[in-house]
Design a protein around this ligand. Structure first.
Ligand code: SF4
Length: 149
């Protein structure tokens, strides 16, 4: 139950750039939004490798639900394609291009670099209840866990 709520709220957050406090209800709308987000395989692979390397470097772990990890990686890849930088996909921006240029929320964002705070739940410290034990994710896992979104 907790994981369902976690996945729903995280996907919702990634898809719409809204806060975790928002009710994760409009799942059909979420699916439509994510279906429109089709990053290139090349960018997904770049962000997949980056995520693995940064998890190891920072001593953090992916979520026990790899679907969360996959959605965030695809969101980062989408921004890399459209903005030229991996702007955090879990936030709302009035001007995405300006934010990407400014750099504060380009992954790894400043809160992550300074305090290991990743509100997307891509990089979780070991004490986090939702942290898994893995720092690796394959392209196949990303495709499988996001296939029905
Ligand atoms: S490290 Fe920061 S920019 Fe990267 S996914 Fe997490 S919250 Fe977003």
């Amino acid at each position: 139950m907790a994981m369902r709520a976690l996945q729903a709220s995280t996907s919702y957050s990634v898809g719409f750039g809204m806060s975790f406090a928002s009710p994760p209800r409009r799942s059909s709308h979420r699916r439509i939004t994510l279906a429109q987000m089709e990053p290139t395989d090349k960018s997904v692979e770049i962000m997949r490798k980056f995520s693995e390397q940064y998890a190891r470097k920072s001593g953090t772990y992916f979520c026990v639900d790899k679907g969360v990890t996959s959605v965030v990686i695809k969101g980062l890849a989408d921004h890399k394609d459209t903005l030229g930088a991996p702007l955090c996909p879990c936030r709302h921006y009035d001007d995405k291009a300006a934010e990407a240029q400014q750099g504060f929320w380009n992954c790894p964002c400043v809160p992550m670099r300074e305090r290991k705070e990743c509100h997307c739940m891509l990089f979780l410290t070991p004490d986090n209840d939702f942290a898994g034990k893995e720092q690796a994710i394959s392209l196949e896992e990303i495709k499988e866990t996001t296939a029905n979104m």
